[in-house]
Design a protein around this ligand. Structure first.
Ligand code: BGC
Length: 802
């Protein structure tokens, strides 16, 4: 095939051989494997695994209505979705069927009433069915689910400000408020009653949580009548089968939590001001996010129900540090993990470091590295290597307490902890003495806050931060477009002059093929383009083939193909109208719970194959914002509260995707940690928290996986919209980290196109605003040089597609 044949001619041919791989059995197998490895066993008194001849009663509408992932652009259209009931039936497990029929009818009724999938009410079990179930079996499996999605948070608060181009769409915050009057973090009264009914009526009660984020689990942990609890996440199209595999011991659970589960929403320090304003969010808890808060701040440890990294197994493990050496700025641990139980299983070995408090203050523990074993047979051991560097352990000094605007390694003793979760990790004998404060990297202030008044310190008190002049995020040299007028627009179709088949390209032009073949340089190619052609190139282009999030490139008069984009992250999202169904993988949080980098890479590769087979070029995946607060509606699309776990897992995914010579788009850069009013809210964050928490995963991915594209976020960051933030997109991303791909905006931002290009946001999606760019050029606010730089980046990436 000719280079770019898939982009240029859109052939409907399979990637390999005669059969398409999109939505194939093989890919669904990858999805299921990931779903089962992402399942976390939270409690077990020996009831699990069940024996194959065990009869069960399924309690709860979620047993027949599986939530495979969240909603919005992260949703995926697949061939089928298997519920837990489907998973059990496929194994011939005897299930009390009358109750299943009852739930199926109820769900259909509620859907007819207009309730959305996954957002339905729990229903009371009729007495006769309950009696029937009790005489059928002594074992109840209680299933609960939750649903959330893009554009709204897990609360009943409506956004005040975001223009909704689809106004008739169901208001999810409103439905959420009706179904979950106390918020969906807590059980509803109907759910509580259901749990009580199960506990009163059955000897054995197993709770299964089909949930993409954190909820209150005190009731499950503390109730002695509940024997076992399984957090199955949102596991994609065969998530119900994966859960059945674990329940019946076909798969030994090896997932670990990627977040800290606390008892109440208020236990998370970010909750207090989460909804304080539509216009800004103050990140006052600073670096004390997730376990960094719960394990450090005095008294906060008592709020934890299940700690970060926690997960049980049907077997037991012993981990021993057999060696620890410090060499060239890196500390390397060799750890032996042994299966000391009776069945095969996988262990996740976690290494935490504890830096001295020093002048800056530190979390008492931070994840330094992790590795997962292979499936170890009883008695079998595996040696694992875990590493942590001085750079990782250093802190960003944004107030010049040691050395201004530098990563510093403070003097003192660095301690290390190895174990199976943040709580249980045991201190190793090895310590690292740093005799004097050391500057690891000297940088300069970038993206500093001007309106964040104070931030939390490691003893739970707050320190004042310097303030600056307020900034107007809407500042513009000409009048801004009215909110909404730039929303949901389609990129213009080009009208081209009649061209000849014999000489298809513009008269006298150097074609893009010549650049690909090394006969012309990119500089020569770009140099011949007019200002208007450059302006056109830095905006999104019409859809091609089955893409529905538009394309870029598209200069047929020069032979530049259109590179189509499509959403993720839980699978390739192609509109159902095309007749194509793809593989729905588990949501990102469930992938994170596998703690298995190889699985992330496998998913990336398989998803990337589907992207390529469907003649698309960029997959808008992975989404890696930090789980700052359980209420963020898109947390299911994101990995974890921890930047290292997020960065490592998503870097593996990106490597997998890009092995196909198609691009990943790492999103949303940065601090899109709340959905309410996401296009306008200003995230006000200290430089330290930015660098150590919110940018860290992006940094890891850029350095380890060189993603072709990064998507800037809608929100503002410290007074500048992220896509107009020069410090972020040029200062940090390119100058410090050496990112050499394209930065795209998120789709239809409220930012101004000329300011975006100037800041280093190369491509405005879904469409550009050529007239406004021209106007800015005429006014001297945009130069040809800047346009050429972005054009070259865009074209360089297209050259990588194959
Ligand atoms: C979302 C992105 C998504 C894009 C294209 C935006 O609303 O924030 O994550 O990739 O739409 O669908």
């Amino acid at each position: 095939m000719k280079k770019w044949a898939r982009l240029l001619y859109q052939p409907g041919i399979p990637l390999y051989g005669d059969t398409r791989i999109t939505g194939s059995k093989e890919h669904i197998g990858v999805s299921r494997k990931a779903a089962s490895e992402g399942i976390v066993l939270l409690k077990n008194n020996g009831t699990l695994p069940l024996s194959m001849d065990k009869k069960v009663a399924l309690i709860g509408k979620a047993s027949v209505d599986y939530v495979k992932g969240g909603g919005g652009s992260g949703d995926v259209f697949c061939k089928y979705i298997h519920s837990l009931y489907d998973g059990l039936r496929a194994k011939d497990i005897a299930v009390y069927e009358p109750l299943v029929r009852f739930y199926k009818d109820e769900i259909q009724k509620q859907y007819k009433e207009g309730l959305a999938p996954g957002m339905t009410r729990e229903v009371k079990i009729p007495d006769d069915l309950l009696e029937g179930a009790k005489s059928f079996t002594d074992t109840a499996i209680v299933v609960l689910n939750r649903f959330s999605g893009e554009g709204w948070d897990r609360s009943s608060i409506e956004c005040n400000n975001e223009y909704n181009p689809w106004p008739s769409e169901t208001s999810m915050p409103k439905i959420s408020g009706q179904i979950f009057p106390d918020g969906d973090f807590y059980l509803t009264s109907e759910e509580k009653e259901m749990v009580e009914t199960a506990c009163a009526g059955f000897d054995k009660v197993i709770v299964v949580l089909n949930i993409g984020g954190i909820i209150d689990l005190r009731w499950a942990k503390e109730n002695p009548k509940i024997d076992s609890v399984l957090f199955i996440g949102q596991g994609g199209m065969e998530g119900g089968d994966a859960a059945a595999d674990v329940l019946f011991g076909i798969v030994n659970p090896s997932g670990r939590l990627s977040d800290t589960f606390a008892g109440t929403l208020e236990d998370y320090p970010s909750t207090e001001k989460f909804h304080e304003s539509f216009d800004y969010v103050d990140y006052n808890e600073d670096i004390y996010v997730g376990y960094r808060y719960f394990e450090t701040i005095p008294g906060a440890d008592k709020k934890v129900v299940y700690p970060f990294g926690f997960g049980l197994s049907y077997t037991s493990f012993e981990t021993k540090v057999v060696d620890a050496v410090s060499f060239d700025g890196e500390i390397v641990f060799t750890v032996k993990a042994t299966n000391t139980g009776n069945v095969p299983g996988k262990e996740v070995v976690q290494l935490y470091y504890g830096a001295p408090q020093g002048l800056l203050g530190k979390p008492s523990k931070a994840l330094g590295d992790f590795e997962k074993t292979r499936n170890l047979l009883p008695g079998e051991s595996q040696l694992l290597t875990l590493k942590v560097s001085e750079y990782e352990m250093s802190s960003y000094d944004d107030l010049g307490k040691i050395s201004d605007a530098a990563y510093v390694l403070e003097k003192g003793t660095y301690k290390f902890y190895v174990g199976s979760n943040v709580r249980d990790a045991r201190k190793t004998e090895f310590e690292y003495e740093n005799p004097a404060d050391k500057v690891i990297v000297q940088l300069s202030h970038k993206a500093a806050p001007v309106s964040l008044k104070e931030r939390m310190l490691s003893d739970g008190t707050y320190e004042k931060l310097p303030l600056g002049d307020d900034r107007d995020i809407n500042e513009c040299i000409f009048e801004k477009m009215e909110p909404g007028t730039e929303e949901a627009l389609l990129p213009a179709q080009k009208s081209l002059p009649i061209r000849s088949l014999i000489n298809p390209y513009k008269e006298g032009a150097k074609s893009f093929d010549e650049v690909a073949e090394g006969k012309a340089t990119l500089d020569e190619f770009v140099g011949q383009l007019s200002d208007d052609e450059l302006i056109d190139l830095v905006g999104g282009q019409p859809n091609v083939g089955v893409s529905n999030t538009f394309s870029f490139g598209n200069m047929p008069e020069y032979g530049v193909p259109s590179a189509g984009t499509a959403d993720g992250p839980a699978g390739l999202r192609i509109s159902p109208e095309t007749g194509i169904v793809t593989t729905a993988f588990p949501c990102a949080t469930t992938i994170a719970c596998t703690w298995n980098k190889e699985i992330a890479e496998e998913i990336g590769f398989a998803g990337g194959e589907e992207v390529k087979e469907n003649n698309l070029a960029v997959w808008l995946t992975p989404a890696i914002n930090i789980h700052r607060n359980p209420m963020c509606g898109r947390n299911f699309e994101y990995y974890s509260e921890d930047p290292y776990l997020t960065g490592k897992m998503a870097a593996s995914l990106v490597c997998g995707i890009q092995r196909n010579h198609i691009g990943a788009s790492v999103k949303h850069f940065a601090c899109n940690n709340k959905e309410t009013n996401r296009k306008h809210a200003d995230s006000r964050v200290s430089e330290r928290a930015l660098r150590e928490i919110y940018l860290k995963a992006f940094e890891i991915i850029v350095k380890e996986a060189q993603p072709y594209t990064i998507m800037s976020s809608y929100n503002a960051l410290n007074g500048y919209r992220a896509s107009e933030n020069t410090d972020l997109l040029t200062g940090i991303l390119r100058d410090e980290w050496h990112f050499d791909g394209i930065v795209t905006s998120d789709w239809w931002t409220r930012a101004e196109h000329y300011k975006e290009v100037n800041a280093g946001n190369d491509l405005k999606m879904g469409n550009g605003f050529p007239d406004r760019l021209r106007k800015a050029m005429d006014a001297g606010a945009l130069s040809r040089d800047v346009l050429e730089t972005s054009a070259k980046r865009i074209l360089s990436i297209i050259l990588k597609f194959d």
